[in-house]
Ligand binder design. Structure first.
Ligand code: SAM
Length: 253
């Protein structure tokens, strides 16, 4: 059960830098450097295209630079990670031979055509300016380069529930945009709530070509759909899709 005034207070408190820095120390960002997950995510990234000899950029690695470390071991020419929050202390990034760069979430701090591969795991749903981030990825990718992104479209607050409440998977879609931002903008559980079709439109309109895509659907939501009126404004696929993985290419002109 969501208590909206509490959510708003929580969000406003996290707008205060000293508090957000303190809380950030206790974040768990996902893969959390667990070796089995690192291996699975690396396999997903390199499924159609080996990083050997390539310049690789990861968007939003959180605490986990081990995926890029695996890419270096597999022969990547260079590995760069870019995030809006510093989750990894500087001395650790140096010893891992990975360029770890913190930026403001808008213009990526790289020249055009700098990378052969861009990888991202459960980060695109958190970006505050998705159209800018997608256009920036296109700009910094070389012609012929590839972007692989796994995007989790669920309400991330629900993942902390014990026991899990699969019927609440898309609770984030219950709120108007202004209220959602007031509840979440400063928090790690903020998601931009773009649906599958929004992402596909954004990537293709930016110039990417989809080479392969996979989706995970919530069958619980699909079954309950007639009784979930806040999902009725979406096309069926958008209302039931939980996770998308896209393998994209920047085509040659
Ligand atoms: C859920 S965590 C995922 C971390 C990691 N990829 C994993 O799977 O464990 C989302 C990450 O995206 C980062 N992020 C949010 N907005 C971003 C942006 N505009 N550019 C780059 N990273 C961003 C967050 O700071 C966080 O590290």
């Amino acid at each position: 059960m969501t208590f909206i005034p509490f959510e708003i207070m929580h969000n406003l408190l996290l707008g205060l830098k000293p508090i957000s820095r303190l809380i950030q120390r206790y974040h768990r960002t996902g893969i959390n450097s667990e070796s089995e997950k690192v291996e699975a995510v690396f396999k997903m990234y390199s499924r159609f295209d080996s990083p050997r000899g390539k310049d690789v950029l990861e968007i939003g690695p959180g605490q986990t630079l081990e995926v890029l470390k695996t890419a270096l071991a597999a022969g990547a020419a260079s590995c760069t990670a870019v995030d809006v929050l510093r989750y990894v202390p500087e001395h650790q990034t140096k010893s891992k031979q990975i360029a770890y760069i913190i930026y403001d979430g808008r213009r990526l701090p790289f020249n055009a055509g700098r990378f052969d591969c861009i990888w991202s795991h459960t980060a695109f749903e958190h970006v505050r300016n998705p159209a800018i981030t997608v256009a920036e990825c296109f700009r910094v990718l070389r012609t012929g380069g590839r972007l692989v992104a796994l995007i989790d479209l669920g309400d991330h607050s629900q993942y902390r529930m014990h026991p899990p409440q699969p019927l609440n998977l898309f609770d984030c879609l219950r709120y108007p945009e202004w209220l959602w931002k007031l509840m979440k903008w400063n928090r790690s559980s903020y998601t931009n709530r773009l649906r599958k079709s929004d992402w596909i439109k954004l990537f293709t309109e930016s110039g990417f070509v989809i080479e392969h895509q996979e989706s995970v659907v919530s069958h619980v939501i699909a079954e309950a759909l007639p009784s979930l009126p806040y999902l009725h404004r979406y096309a069926h696929e958008d209302a039931v899709t939980h996770v998308i993985t896209l393998w994209l290419k920047k085509p040659r002109a």
